[in-house]
Design a protein around this ligand. Structure first.
Ligand SMILES: Nc1ncnc2c1ncn2[C@@H]1O[C@H](COP(=O)(O)OP(=O)(O)OP(=O)(O)O)[C@@H](O)[C@H]1O
Length: 598
């Protein structure tokens, strides 16, 4: 974690040096502030002359030659000290805020970039709400800390040291009594730090859970409404919200003890100083001015101590935030690219699976030694009962996951030897349910290739049978779709997805039953568009409904993660195995469906 902190602040060390300089000046100003008061009490009102160490001031405008001259000097000194302190404080604030903002910016980008590099395996377990919470709240906590307290702790410690030094110089024995309670305070603060940290961590965990629940609940609002289960969602939120309140109150309870304890210690020390100081003045061994400086210091001496005490909670929050960020950054479930990875340019599209075994969890294999070969330009259907591993086979091809054993090759090159971007650019997807991003239709089509020209986008939409409905939209290609944009029908979304794939122009096309959710008319339009898209490409398509195996040259039948059969439709039917059985069930259900409808 320390490494992370150093990495984060390294680019800003110049600014931090300025901040540190400004803070030292502030400390000097703080230490100097009570001295003019001492001058007024001891020298203006007392012996009417500046002390000998200020003799130089006699030369200037009569400062110090008479009572009011001393007072004038004290006044001028107060102003000068305040002005220097104010400038230093401005510089300090300006640069610390900048450091805070930029550190937060760097962190956000770094986490988001890392999240994008993580493999889908990571997201099988991760809670998106918690990740959102880290990239927003935890980063803001660090930003606030960096802006407000980065060097405050160091400065507080330095101030305390200097003050104790000066107090010893003024009256050492007296100081010993005054600060005798401080170690007790430090022990107290140290012990509380641990409790505060644990409580803070719990608060953040509960807050993240809250966000996850809201995110999940709103994400599935259609289902919730359809089943009228708002009460369950509300109850879930209520429970999490109560847990958050309980955790926050527990943390508050611990933190609330800090301030009163410190205040009591301050009061005890001040009482001792007042009592002992007065007796010293009466005995003539101490001046009234010295006691004033002493009391001012004592007040200021406990301010940093108090700050440090209250900072324990800020420090705890920051440490917890850093821990949570570090957990994300250190998760290395990344699909790794080899150092000597290659970009072979456009492939021809030959695909081989060579004894590929895979499981989402190591102990639960989903694919067992799956082997098959696909020629460039072939159309291959993958069929099999539900849960047999069809989608899994497809997600291994672009390396969403890596196989546990075996090799997947494209044009004879192992997919792990490709540069990731090069590998993925060879493959276009049209899936069952297409996600449209918030943006124009144009941008959504160009998502397949951001540098596509308007003409290319138009041509792709035409091939995808999408141009006709897009031009009928009020703003045509500039209509906003996706989240909170115009809603499109399932068939229209699929045709935009096909246009996306057309524009990507990849040699390999992966279809995961893109017509599954469509009515007959939309299905006809989409299949028509797909036929156009499939021309000249290697196509792997998953088919749950066997009639969607449009013009497949070959069918691979999976069962329980094994390749059960392979061949053309005719061959497989003739064989009377798994495929023939699926075919029989399929026709039976279609027939009974037709009978029921009749
Ligand atoms: N992300 C995941 N994490 C853990 N297990 C998974 C994950 N995705 C799928 N599985 C499991 O892997 C097995 C194969 O799933 P897969 O989705 O590949 O089958 P499928 O043949 O495509 O099924 P369907 O026809 O229902 O879509 C199933 O047992 C499934 O529960």
């Amino acid at each position: 974690m320390t490494r992370l902190v150093f990495e984060l602040i390294r680019p800003y060390r110049g600014w931090l040096a300025i901040v540190f300089g400004a803070m030292l000046i502030e400390i000097a100003a703080t230490l100097a502030a009570p001295w003019p008061l001492k001058l007024v009490i001891d020298d203006a009102l007392g012996n009417h002359h500046l002390p000998h160490w200020l003799a130089w001031a006699h030369e200037y405008g009569g400062f110090g030659k008479h009572t009011l001259g001393v007072a004038l000097f004290a006044g001028a000194a107060t102003l000068a000290v305040a002005a220097i302190g104010a400038v230093a404080s401005y510089v300090d604030n300006y640069f610390t805020t900048s450091v805070g903002q930029w550190v937060a910016n760097d962190l956000r980008l770094r986490i988001y970039e890392h999240l994008h590099r993580l493999s889908l395996r990571y997201y099988d377990h991760a809670k998106i709400g918690a990740l959102v919470s880290t990239i927003t709240t935890d980063v803001t906590t660090i930003q606030n800390f960096a802006s407000a307290s980065t060097l405050d702790i160091a400065v507080d410690l330095i101030t305390i040291l200097f003050m104790v030094g000066l107090m010893f110089w003024l009256e050492w024995d007296f100081t010993l009594i005054a600060v005798a309670f401080t170690p007790l305070l430090l022990v107290f603060i140290f012990h509380f730090k641990k409790a505060v940290k644990a409580a803070t961590r719990m608060v953040r965990v509960k807050q993240s859970e809250l966000l996850s629940i809201v995110q999940r609940g709103l994400g599935s609002i259609r289902v919730t409404k359809a089943f009228g289960r708002q009460d369950i969602e509300l109850a879930r939120l209520e429970e999490a919200s109560h847990a958050t309140v309980a955790a926050a109150l527990r943390a508050r309870q611990i933190k609330s003890l800090m301030s009163p304890v410190v205040s009591m210690v301050v009061a005890i020390c001040t009482a001792i100083v007042l009592w002992k100081g007065t007796s010293l003045i009466v005995a003539g061994t101490m001046t009234v001015g010295a006691l004033t400086v002493y009391l001012a210091y004592l007040k200021q001496f406990f301010k940093p101590v108090k700050d440090l005490a209250s900072m324990t909670s800020t420090v705890a929050q920051t440490t917890v935030a850093l821990e949570r960020i570090q957990t994300i950054l250190s998760s290395d479930e990344v699909i790794k690219e080899r150092d000597n990875a290659i970009d072979p340019g456009r492939v021809r599209g030959a695909i081989t699976f060579d004894r590929v075994s895979f499981g989402y969890e190591k102990e639960e294999p989903v694919l067992h030694e799956v082997s098959f070969a696909i020629e460039p330009g072939q159309v291959v259907g993958i069929v099999g009962p539900t849960g047999s591993g069809k989608s899994t086979v497809l997600s291994l091809l672009p390396r969403f996951y890596d196989p546990l054993f075996g090799h997947i090759r494209i044009d004879g090159i192992d997919v792990v030897d490709f540069k990731l971007a090069a590998l993925r650019s060879q493959i276009a997807f049209v899936l069952q349910d297409t996600v449209l991003f918030h943006g124009t239709v144009r941008e959504n089509i160009a998502y397949g290739r951001p540098d596509a020209t308007d003409d290319e986008i138009l041509a792709a939409a035409k091939v995808a049978n999408a141009d006709e409905f897009i031009t009928r939209m009020p703003l045509g290609y500039d209509s906003i779709v996706g989240e909170r944009g115009d809603t499109l029908s399932g068939g229209q979304r699929q045709r935009i997805a096909i246009a996306r794939a057309v524009i990507r122009n990849s040699p390999i096309l992966v279809l995961d039953e893109p017509t599954a959710a469509l009515d007959a008319e939309s299905e006809r339009l989409v299949i028509d568009a797909l036929r156009q898209l499939m021309k000249g490409r290697t196509v792997i398509m998953i088919a749950h409904r066997l009639n969607t195996l449009i013009g497949a040259d070959k069918i691979i039948v999976l069962k329980d993660g094994l390749v059960a059969e392979e061949g053309t439709q005719e061959e497989l039917l003739a064989r009377g195995g798994v495929f023939a059985e699926l075919h029989r069930i399929h026709h039976q259900t279609s027939a009974s469906g037709v009978a029921a409808a009749a």
